[in-house]
Design a protein around this ligand. Structure first.
Ligand SMILES: NC(=O)c1ccc[n+]([C@@H]2O[C@H](COP(=O)([O-])OP(=O)(O)OC[C@H]3O[C@@H](n4cnc5c(N)ncnc54)[C@H](OP(=O)(O)O)[C@@H]3O)[C@@H](O)[C@H]2O)c1
Length: 171
């Protein structure tokens, strides 16, 4: 390679000296970061020692951001930013994405809820809310980021699911 380096997909460089992984950080958008898995994942990625991720940790109610901000610590405003995002709202998704500099490299569809119980004891409205959030909320975000990922021919979409989607429960 005559001492010259070659740019790899994702921004790293290959050269005679080896692979330089000092690529630009990947922008990771995570839904549902007010608690639980979303919060923990956001904080873990933001604390990556190699600073490989710029985390956009989102939640529908910014009034709940204190726990996340406390857990983020020094990463707050550096490798982690908090943004409002309600996965059930087209407007909220558009607003959130418009505030992100550059493109979303990784989408983590985490926002969601469980609902278990006897059918006759659950209202249709409650069930519809689960579908609006868990299914259509995820689809709404995928539709928003997929065109950019396809254009760039790269990107990752992670969907946090449940074993309950595979196994039935007897009531
Ligand atoms: N933990 C488990 O054992 C388990 C098992 C199976 C599947 N899962 C799935 O894993 C994911 C995370 O669960 P978790 O255990 O971490 O639960 P969690 O602590 O209740 O977190 C769920 C998150 O989703 C958010 N959310 C709900 N509706 C939303 C909406 N319309 N827009 C944006 N955010 C919304 C919640 O926000 P609010 O605080 O505003 O409600 C919360 O931040 C969920 O999809 C869940 O179904 C978890």
């Amino acid at each position: 390679m005559n001492g010259q380096s070659q740019v790899l997909p994702g921004g790293g460089h290959a050269s005679r000296e080896g692979i330089n992984m000092a690529a630009a950080p990947r922008t990771v958008l995570i839904s549902g970061c007010s608690s639980g898995i979303g919060l923990e994942l956001a904080v873990q990625l933001a604390h990556d020692p190699k600073k490989r991720y710029q985390v956009v940790a989102t939640m529908r109610d910014l009034g709940k951001k204190e726990t996340l901000e406390a857990a983020a610590g020094e990463a707050l405003g550096q490798t982690l930013t908090v943004a409002q995002l309600d996965v059930c709202s087209d407007e909220s998704v558009a607003q959130c994405l418009s505030c992100i500099q550059g493109e979303v490299d990784v989408l983590v569809n985490n926002a969601g809820m469980g609902l278990v119980g006897p059918l006759e004891g659950l209202s249709l409205a409650t069930m519809q809310n689960v579908f609006d959030t868990n299914f259509f909320g995820a689809v709404r975000l995928v539709k928003a980021v997929l065109p950019g990922m396809k254009r760039r021919r790269q990107g990752h979409i992670v969907v946090i699911s449940s074993v309950m989607g595979l196994q039935g429960e007897l009531w």
